[in-house]
Design a protein around this ligand. Structure first.
Ligand code: UD1
Length: 372
């Protein structure tokens, strides 16, 4: 309890697909402590049912207490809308702590609002750096970490980056990877149903996801990637659940897929179906952040179509390989995996399903220390 006998009020902010699997285990852990009360704000950055609603259901997230319904727009517009609408809620509710997740526009917008109102902010998944400031997420990470009061890092490199940027060590807490909590929690519910419905044999297909502006917002680059995927699919069927932004580019540029029976485009999948496919894939080709971590945990080879990663531990310890911009490299690494000479890997420390619990303990300590 707080000094005045009231519960400690924590507000969680989520907005985009990768936030949902990070907030769920923290909410579950907080719910075990009667001295804590919590509410959930959805900014509405992602709004399609298959980008949002299905995740709430499968992850066991409660319906949001507040929905800001901001939708899509330019970065400035989206960030500003979230700030204006979220500020009203913070002023009304005066939470003791606001928890923000990951690196999306909703994360930085909510952190900025709180910093200006003097409300403590905790950042879950702090300290990750790609050192590439052309990525919108890198800007979001840098700013959020400078203004947050509690920084929850998934791995030691996160601590090192924050210390290097002058963040006070007492704010930094190495708690492990919260996304792995969700994976561990839901793995028993995952099955081969989706794979069977798609008539795929285990380990006889590649799972593909792409949505980064650097890959899909440049016509030539995107067309070249599709051509390489087509080549790969001659030996290995490729299954590609298509993100809305990627779908929009495909349509805008009228990019043709030579043979959709080999390179199969799907609508975005729910968490359980996606995980089911990942677990049984021969390999994963992606530009996502979270998928680099999930494949490392599952020991599935991952080829990342990026020049850099904010998750270097997945390369150092795990199964991830950065193939950069070189599409020939992608083809060669795919072949190596198919030949049985691909990279293997281990699981980083504290990626054990207990990160939500560790975060909760830090929150309680922080509150008591602040009120002594
Ligand atoms: C956002 C995050 C990115 C994260 C990704 C996961 C930022 C800066 N980026 O990128 O870090 O990896 O989510 O999905 O916050 N759209 C829909 N329906 C939706 C959501 C989006 O059609 O439910 C379309 C809209 O046309 C929109 C575009 O997708 O303009 C991009 O959405 P947005 O949330 O701005 O960024 P993402 O590319 O999804």
């Amino acid at each position: 309890m707080a000094d005045n006998g009231k519960k400690i009020y924590v507000l969680h902010i989520v907005g985009a697909r990768p936030n949902f699997m990070k907030a769920a285990p923290v909410m579950r852990a907080l719910a075990r402590y009667p001295e804590l009360s919590q509410k959930l704000v959805h900014t509405g950055q992602h709004y399609d049912a298959n980008m949002s609603e299905i995740f709430f259901r499968q992850l066991g997230l409660p319906a949001p207490d507040f929905n800001l319904e901001v939708g899509s727009g330019s970065h400035a517009w989206q960030t500003a809308q979230i700030m204006m609408r979220f500020e009203e809620i913070v002023l009304q509710k005066r939470p003791n702590l606001v928890l923000v997740y990951g690196d999306v526009n909703s994360t930085v917008a909510a952190a900025l609002v709180c910093a200006k109102l003097g409300i403590p902010v905790g950042h879950v998944e702090a300290g990750l750096r790609s050192f590439d400031r052309t990525m919108p997420e890198e800007i979001n990470r840098l700013i959020t970490d400078q203004i947050a009061d509690l920084l929850f890092t998934p791995s030691q490199d996160g601590n090192d980056n924050l210390i290097g940027e002058g963040v006070a060590p007492e704010k930094i807490h190495l708690v492990g990877n919260v996304m792995i909590d969700t994976l561990v929690h839901l793995l028993p519910s995952v099955n081969g149903r989706c794979r069977q419905e798609l008539h795929l044999e285990p380990k006889k297909f590649a799972l593909v996801t792409l949505h980064r502006p650097s890959n899909v917002d440049d016509r030539e680059r995107f067309a070249a990637i599709l051509k390489t995927l087509d080549t790969i699919s001659r030996n290995l069927t490729c299954v590609f659940p298509v993100h809305p932004r990627t779908r929009a580019r495909l349509q805008e540029w009228d990019l043709a897929i030579p043979d959709e029976s080999r390179l199969r485009l799907l609508e975005p999948l729910g968490y359980l179906d996606f995980l089911g496919l990942m677990q049984e894939a021969a390999l994963v080709i992606t530009d996502s952040g979270g998928i680099q971590e999930e494949t490392t945990f599952l020991g599935i080879p991952c080829l990342t179509l990026r020049k850099n990663t904010e998750r270097p531990i997945t390369v150092e310890v795990g199964t991830n390989i950065l193939v950069g911009e070189d599409l020939e490299h992608l083809e060669n690494e795919t072949q190596a995996i198919l030949n049985g000479t691909g990279k293997t890997g281990g699981v980083p420390p504290l990626w054990d399903g207990k990160t939500g619990e560790r975060i909760t303990k830090v929150i309680l300590e922080f509150h008591y220390m602040a009120n002594i």
